[in-house]
Each structure stands twice: as C-alpha cells, then as structure tokens.
Design a protein around this ligand. Structure first.
Ligand SMILES: Nc1ncnc2c1ncn2[C@@H]1O[C@H](COP(=O)(O)OP(=O)(O)OP(=O)(O)O)[C@@H](O)[C@H]1O
Ligand SMILES: [Mg+2]
Length: 179
C-alpha cells in the first residue's frame, strides 16, 4: 500500500506536467469529525470540462508514453477504502484542485509516509516552481512556503546543497511522520 507522501508525489507530477508555477499541498485534520483532508492545488493549465469526468478512468491519460493513467484512480481508491472520497475541480487556464478526504483513524487509511523528504525531492528537482506545504495535525500547525525562503536566499538557488541540508532539518523537525 502506498503511503500518502507517495500519492502526493505522483499527483504533483501531474501538476508539474500541467505547467504549474505554484503548487499547494495541505494535510489538514478535522479532529472532531475524525477526518483527514489532503489537498493538492495547482495553477497549471487545468483540465477541460469534457475531460474532467474521464480522469478517474484508468484508461484515460494524456501521456503518450503509455496507455493507462493510474495516479488519480489509485488515489481515489485509497480514499474510498478509508471511508472517504476524492473531489477534482479544475478551471482550464487557471488550475486544478484535488481534495481527498480520509477517515483519520480508519484501519485502511494510508500512513502519512515521509512528507519531509517528498517536499525536498520536489523542490530540489524543480527549483523554479513554488511549493506551499501546510500541515494541521494533532492540534499543531506548520506552513512551509518556498516563496518566503527564496526571498531570504536572494541569489542563492533553493536547491543548493547547503540550503537543502538546512531545509531538511527544518522539515524533519516540523513535519509529522505518521497520523
Ligand atoms: N493537475 C492536473 N492538471 C492538469 N491535468 C491533469 C492534472 N492531473 C491529472 N490531469 C489529467 O488527468 C490525466 C490522468 O491523470 P493520472 O495521474 O490519473 O494519470 P497520468 O498522469 O496520465 O499517468 P500516471 O499518473 O499513471 O503516470 C492526466 O493524463 C492529465 O491529462
Ligand atoms: Mg499522474
């Protein structure tokens, strides 16, 4: 079973392929309702209205390298298995928003996985793209925004090894490993 961090890594690849410049990832617990909301939102090219209903179909893909696209169907299946669902909304030319809901304490709810390393991998490989990661879990809130980091770094690239080392410590100290 894939953990949530690996699902998110897949979903962000879709956003990157759609030309997104800003990608927001939120993991938010609604404790009173035993829910976990996982949101991935981008400002990429979006999905045309007629296509939106097809994206949950494993045999729909705009990839040319292979004929099935499994990212969204697998994520939806994971949400459904844990008593939740996936909603996709998209505006062509403006972006796409995925929001999955999981029952937080459901037996089949995938573990969070290594979100810190997922974020580092994404920003190291895509230094020109901005990422916002927001986590509200167990009553604690943490926000990470590459736009703020870049403003402080000035000319130093965000994927400079020393910057990555610093960000790794920062993320490891603040990002939960399990839910
Ligand atoms: N964030 C997004 N922005 C624009 N289009 C998207 C986005 N996410 C998904 N899509 C569209 O939905 C299709 C299906 O996505 P899905 O992740 O399920 O499969 P895939 O990316 O084609 O293949 P795989 O994920 O297995 O590598 C994509 O080919 C793409 O056309
Ligand atoms: Mg995909």
């Amino acid at each position: 079973m894939k953990d949530l961090a690996l699902h998110i890594l897949d979903l962000v690849q879709n956003s990157l392929r759609a030309g997104a410049q800003l990608i927001e990832i939120h993991l938010v617990e609604e404790a009173g309702k035993d829910l976990l909301h996982v949101t991935v939102e981008d400002d990429g090219k979006g999905i045309p209205a007629g296509t939106l209903e097809k994206v949950m179909d494993p045999f729909y893909t705009t990839r040319t390298s292979r004929r099935v696209g499994l990212g969204l169907p697998l994520f939806e299946a994971a949400a459904r298995r844990s008593g939740g669902s996936l909603a996709v909304t998209s505006t062509p030319g403006r972006g796409t928003r995925l929001e999955a809901t999981f029952q937080l304490r459901h037996w089949d709810r995938p573990p969070l996985g290594d979100m810190a390393e997922t974020i580092l991998t994404l920003l190291a490989a895509n230094p020109e793209v901005d990422f916002v990661y927001r986590q509200k879990l167990s009553g604690k809130e943490f926000t990470f925004d590459t736009r703020q980091i870049k403003a402080v770094l000035d000319e130093v690239p965000i994927n400079h090894p020393e910057v990555i080392g610093y960000l790794r410590r920062e993320l490891r100290n603040n990002v939960n490993e399990d839910g």
